[in-house]
Design a protein. Structure first.
Length: 521
């Protein structure tokens, strides 16, 4: 194992020549940027993504070790504790109440068509993919959305002219063909034919269209492995103790032969994956899910929060939040899902950016946060934004990093810096100014501002800030890579130069935003 990063502050001199000076990044701040090093980022990621941390699953010791490690790094860098407990003591840990349990054999899905009612059994006939089970039971009339693909630039949009807001939709996890030939370009065709790689994109499209529930039917090749997909853990659930509604949609997979009657009359055969069809509301179909929830564990999982206090008396009570999620998927099928890219990479960048900021003198205050529970439904970021340690209206910007460590198609040599629709023009100006002058990261500006890449904003913790009206920037290399949510996402696959570039960009963005004049945010 690589040596752990020392928890004591560093004061090593490392000077960089900067051709253009930004507001607030003066000559005495150059050492701060130089404190972000590939070696330290590598140490962070090799530790956080080691087998010893068992995939950093919330509620397990591996995640707690990761959170303790992050807190020690904040302390060593000189960040301030901010979270107060009932005894008025301060801590780096913001508690998030969590509930775990199982879904018993009485969890059933009922499909009614006319007078006939078909009963589906969990594990045998359907699987549950998302475990954010606040308000979990559901029922309604579904909308068939074909493949659930939005690629309007290539002449295909399954959601076009359909109102699916707040509704249940059914989609087939394949790629469209016409006269036996792919409709989409080769790379996109291969993407959508792979249910694992395309899952996130389909979810993003559904979320963007405000779908409440997605029922996905796998293609024939994937369906052959149905039994292998039935992991005992899929019967489990996790939920926050919050009363807020879930952000993520409810997401299920239906075995193809159970969907034959469901799609009768559409012209599409879910078993063969063939047939002409029209996307439409299935007016004569009603679906209902009843869960048998058995709570087995109630526990606390912590966000890790550190503060670099602002120096300007007029601006120090405004806050920039720099964040990433710390959790991953734990152990599945006896294999450790180490989550090096997802998201030890983003967490490491936050730790290094925090150290650099602590060596600076920002006018506004900057909060550095590592969130718990992103994988299950953005539990940690919801707790932070809904019950923040500072007034919510004083949070002026979120800069979030998720998956910044791999080279992935279709942008292998670049990063994305995606600005929220709220203040997008202003944020893009900030990104370009900072990157050209200081960070010099390989940002693909065109893709960062075009669909479908802007849809990535819906796929991580920054969406919580956006929902509450707080502008946000997502730094990512894109949620497309062969080891996404697999045991092969290991530390030795990371492009450490890319993580270094992203960490420098996050720091420079945060400092420039913190030092901007009043009224800019």
């Amino acid at each position: 194992m690589k040596s752990l990063k020392a928890v004591l502050p560093k004061y090593s001199l490392c000077f960089f020549l900067i051709l253009f000076a930004l507001t607030g990044i003066a000559e005495d701040k150059v050492d701060s940027l130089g404190s972000i090093t590939v070696a330290e980022l590598r140490d962070h990621i090799f530790f956080l993504a080691s087998d010893a941390l068992e995939g950093r699953l919330i509620g397990e010791k591996g995640y707690d070790i990761a959170a303790t490690y992050a807190a020690s790094q904040f302390a060593g860098a000189g960040l301030m504790k901010l979270i107060k407990d009932s005894q008025d003591n301060t801590s780096f840990f913001q508690p998030v109440k969590m509930i775990s349990g199982t879904l018993g054999a009485n969890t059933k899905m009922y499909i009614q068509r006319g007078e006939a009612i078909e009963t589906l059994t969990l594990g045998e006939d359907f699987l549950i993919q998302k475990r954010d089970f606040i308000g979990f039971d559901m029922e309604g009339t579904p909308v068939f959305v074909g493949y659930g693909i939005e690629e309007p630039d290539f002449g295909w949009n399954d959601y076009e002219n359909l109102d699916v807001s707040g509704k249940m939709v059914i989609a087939y996890a394949g790629a469209p063909l016409k006269d036996g030939k792919p409709v989409l370009p080769e790379k996109l065709h291969k993407l959508y034919r792979n249910i694992g790689r395309s899952m996130n994109q389909r979810l993003i499209s559904a979320l963007k269209n405000r779908v409440s529930t997605l029922l996905l039917i796998p293609d024939p090749e994937t369906a052959k492995n149905w039994k292998a997909s039935v992991d005992l853990k899929q019967r489990g659930f996790a939920s926050s103790g919050q009363e807020s509604k879930p952000l993520s949609i409810q997401f299920y997979v239906l075995r193809p032969d159970t969907a034959v009657n469901l799609l009768a009359g559409t012209g599409f055969d879910p078993v063969s994956g063939q047939g002409e069809f029209n996307n439409s509301v299935l007016t004569d179909v009603h679906i209902k899910l009843e869960t048998d929830r058995q709570i087995t564990k109630e526990y606390i999982s912590n966000n890790v929060v550190g503060l670099v206090a602002g120096k300007d008396p007029a601006l120090k009570d405004e806050f920039i939040v720099v964040s990433a999620h710390l959790d991953h998927l734990g152990i599945q099928g006896g294999e450790v899902f180490n989550g090096a890219d997802d998201n030890a990479s983003g967490s490491a960048a936050v730790l290094e950016a925090a150290e650099a900021m602590a060596l600076s003198s920002p006018r506004r205050s900057v909060l550095f946060v590592l969130f718990t529970g992103e994988e299950g439904g953005a539990f940690g970021s919801r707790q932070f934004v809904v019950h923040p340690p500072v007034p919510q209206e004083k949070i002026v910007l979120n800069i979030n990093a998720d998956m910044i460590g791999r080279d992935s198609e279709p942008f292998p040599d670049s990063l994305l810096a995606i600005a929220s629709e709220n203040k997008r023009s202003q944020l893009n100006n900030l990104i370009c100014k900072v990157n050209e002058s200081i960070a010099k990261a390989p940002i693909d500006i065109e893709k960062s501002n075009s669909s479908p890449w802007t849809d990535f904003l819906l796929g991580s913790d920054q969406i919580v800030f956006m929902i509450h009206g707080i502008p946000a920037i997502l730094i990512t290399r894109g949620f497309l890579q062969p080891d996404y949510h697999r045991a092969s996402d290991d530390a030795d696959t990371i492009n450490y130069t890319k993580v270094w570039q992203a960490a420098r960009l996050m720091y420079a963005l945060a400092l420039e935003a913190a030092n901007s004049d009043p009224g800019n945010f």
